[in-house]
Design a protein around this ligand. Structure first.
Ligand code: ADP
Ligand code: ZN
Length: 701
């Protein structure tokens, strides 16, 4: 044969910057696939020999030349009949992401498949029939194959009568969907009925195209089960699939297949679903577009929101971004006209108002056991009225510090630059970064004294306090520890929705999307540290989180109220928090960002290096910096790329690794991209054995 297949395999960028490898095609008998023409191979998933192992790969390209000498060129082993052929658009999406995020094609492409299809060992040949089967998932596949792909029922559920404001937005979105393909921002306060607008909008899109598909991205599915329930009720269970990491392997496989084959028409998913193969995608909605869970933090670090925007652009289809507190990037784009802007300034339910927010100065009214007198009084009043109070304490565990009163020693995690958190439920010290757990020492490990105390407050301590102060109250704590067992979270949500809970204590797990009419009081504790955090995005994150938490109150007919305990009542952010004034907040934050040359007014990338010892990490970072400076000196077009000093990371030690970083800044994103591609090549050539990676658009610097 005069040509080779370029197959993407999941191999780290430090091994192969491109992530594709050349293989010879094979002749296939007994297959329905017609692979006589080279182009027909594109997008097929294959098994290939790689060193001594077999890997699953995806054919990304074909070429008439190869750097591998013909004698050394290995043939592919098999074409996998279970995986739908990936479309040309999907392959382009992978190419875009690999280039944008400076990763290999395989590193991007393979993790987009369900695990069952990614592992070569899962594919077995039947020796007698020569047929290939899947070790796990075969039943699921047969079941899925047996269904007739039907354009399932639409509009089985009743749509709500829109408010005037919702109507205006919906009509405007519908009108623009063919003529204005800028991303459209739906900026609506909590409870303004954004979800209803999405549903009716998507219903129109689905009616337009008999087998069209729509993708709805949400930050978290398990934490907001109401969303999935509403979609199912509206479009019918047959039409909707969910894609998220909480599904078991065979359900995930089934759902992925149904989406990839075009059988499922409404796909509701978390960030990973932005990479799903969807052959007939017609529109995308990104709910809570500002949410940090859209950021993939392992493997290829991408922003699912940004990838979704690219995907819509690539397909020429509309995309709607929704939020009560848009990210400053998105807000900036809406204000400068790069995105369309639609507003829902009021709550949808008749009579429901945004809650009144009161600050409690804890310098004046001291908090006992974390709760000030006004806070206690309000909780008691709420209970007497048979309503629910939400106490927001964004720290799980019992106490964040375990301290020796004699010598002052604080017990720290041996693996990380972090204090151990004391958990009363397990009576252990836990590290919230690496997971290390240790028994509580009987005496201080430093001085031997037995005078040790937990200091500060987490959700477990608050739960203990609430039970003591209100012995008759029904209290539910909701955090990552209280909801590990299957069904626990659902049960707690059901109780709160039924209105039988007096006090809910929770972390940010509770902040998102819930609609509980009986909840009319919210108490916010311990958020002051966010006012003064180093990270430049901290104010943006805190403002969004507070609006989300505050937004849980007063969704029913009862007016809601919010009490925030703070030692800094004069801090300027509080004025905007109290008046729910996102726009003023965003304008002043953006002015600061512009002055300091921070995103969205510049693009960032971060080189991170991890090593057993900091000095090794810093040494590699220093070498990387010198290579960067040489590149800049040699290329006029890189003149505006700034390379900062190699420094230890904020959280220097994590999981027994010590870490250093370099921040790269540039006013122009394309210039930065061009620079990073060359720099990465130079770094790979160093063949360092340390772990390093380049993160594009990092969330924290
Ligand atoms: P958001 O997504 O903006 O936070 P939701 O879509 O969850 O808001 O709506 C908040 C509440 O208002 C929900 O209980 C929803 O059922 C209700 N709602 C939304 N639109 C309407 C409407 N047009 N008429 C009556 N209730 C509505
Ligand atoms: Zn640790």
């Amino acid at each position: 044969v005069g040509w080779v297949l370029q197959v993407a395999c999941d191999v780290p960028v430090a091994v192969s910057a491109a992530g594709v490898f050349d293989y010879a095609p094979i002749e296939l008998n007994n297959t329905p696939l017609n692979l006589a023409v080279p182009e027909a191979w594109l997008g097929h998933t294959v098994l290939v020999p790689f060193g001594k192992q077999l890997l699953v790969g995806i054919v990304m390209g074909i070429s008439t030349t190869s750097e591998v000498p013909p004698a050394k060129l290995k043939p592919i082993q098999a074409v996998l009949p279970f995986v739908p052929q990936m479309s040309g658009h999907w392959l382009d999406l992978v190419r875009f992401m690999a280039k944008y995020y400076q990763r290999g094609l395989g590193e991007v492409a393979l993790p987009a498949l369900p695990i069952a299809l990614r592992v070569a060992k899962n594919f077995v040949w039947d020796q007698t029939t020569g047929e290939m089967t899947l070790r796990t998932g075969m039943r699921t596949w047969r079941k899925w194959r047996a269904l007739p792909p039907s354009p399932a029922l639409l509009n089985v559920g009743q749509a709500l009568n829109l408010t005037h404001a919702q109507h205006v937005v919906l009509d405007d979105l519908l009108e623009r969907r063919h003529i204005d393909l800028r991303p459209q921002l739906l900026f609506g306060v909590t409870g303004s009925g954004k979800t209803e607008v999405y549903l009716q909008y998507l219903a129109h899109v689905l009616q337009d195209s008999a087998d069209g598909q729509v993708l709805i991205l949400v930050p978290e599915i398990n934490l907001t089960p109401q969303f999935a329930a509403r979609l199912n009720a509206r479009f019918g269970m047959e039409t909707v699939v969910t894609l998220h990491s909480g599904l078991n392997e065979s359900t995930r496989l089934m759902n992925w297949w149904r989406a990839a084959s075009g059988q499922a028409r409404v796909i509701l998913g978390t960030r990973l679903s932005v990479l799903a193969m969807l052959p007939n995608l017609q529109a995308i909605v990104v709910d809570e577009e500002h949410d940090s869970s859209y950021r993939q933090q392992e493997g290829v670090r991408y922003s699912a929101r940004d990838v979704a925007i690219y995907r819509a652009h690539q397909l020429n289809i509309p995309i709607v971004l929704g939020s009560a507190t848009p990210s400053l990037e998105t807000w900036h784009n809406a204000c400068t006209g790069r995105y369309g802007l639609h507003r829902l300034p009021e709550r949808a339910v008749k009579g429901a108002m945004l809650p009144e927010v009161t600050l409690v100065d804890v310098q004046k009214t001291a908090a006992q056991d974390g709760l000030s007198e006004p806070m206690r009084r309000t909780i008691t009043e709420t209970m007497v009225q048979h309503h629910t109070t939400l106490l927001f304490q964004n720290r799980r565990g019992y106490a964040p510090v375990f301290y020796c009163g004699h010598c002052g020693h604080i017990h720290d995690c041996p693996n990380c630059a972090a204090h151990f958190v004391y958990h009363s439920t397990t009576r252990h010290l836990h590290c919230h970064h690496c997971g290390q757990q240790e028994r509580v020492p009987k005496t201080c490990i430093k001085c031997g004294n037995a005078d040790m105390h937990p200091i500060g407050q987490g959700t477990q301590r608050l739960e203990e306090t609430a039970a003591r102060l209100w012995p008759k109250a029904i209290v539910r704590r909701i955090d990552a520890d209280s909801t590990r067992k299957k069904g626990e979270l659902e049960d707690a949500f059901a109780d709160i929705a039924a209105g039988v809970v007096d006090i809910v204590i929770g972390t940010q797990m509770l902040a998102k999307g819930h609609d509980w009419p009986n909840l009319n009081t919210v108490g916010v504790l311990d958020v002051d540290s966010g006012l003064f955090a180093q990270d430049y995005r901290a104010p943006e994150r805190l403002f969004a989180l507070l609006q989300q938490v505050i937004g849980r109150a007063g969704r029913g007919q009862q007016a809601g109220r919010v009490l925030i305990q703070t030692a800094f009542p004069e801090h300027p952010m509080w004025t905007q928090v109290r008046t729910h004034d996102f726009e003023t907040f965003a304008t002043s934050e953006l002015a600061v960002r512009q002055q300091l040359g921070l995103p969205p007014f510049a693009a960032h990338a971060l080189l991170q290096v991890a090593a057993p010892e900091l000095k090794q990490a810093l040494a590699f970072a220093q070498t990387a910096r010198e290579l960067a400076l040489i590149l800049i000196a040699d290329h006029l077009e890189f003149a505006h790329v700034t390379i900062n000093a190699a420094v230890p990371m904020n959280m220097m030690r994590l999981n027994r690794q010590e870490r250093a970083q370099i921040l790269i800044e540039c006013p122009s994103r394309p210039r930065l991209q061009a620079f990073l591609a060359q720099w990465q090549g130079a770094l790979v050539a160093q063949k360092s054995r340390l772990m390093w990676l380049i993160e594009v658009d990092p969330a924290e610097i």
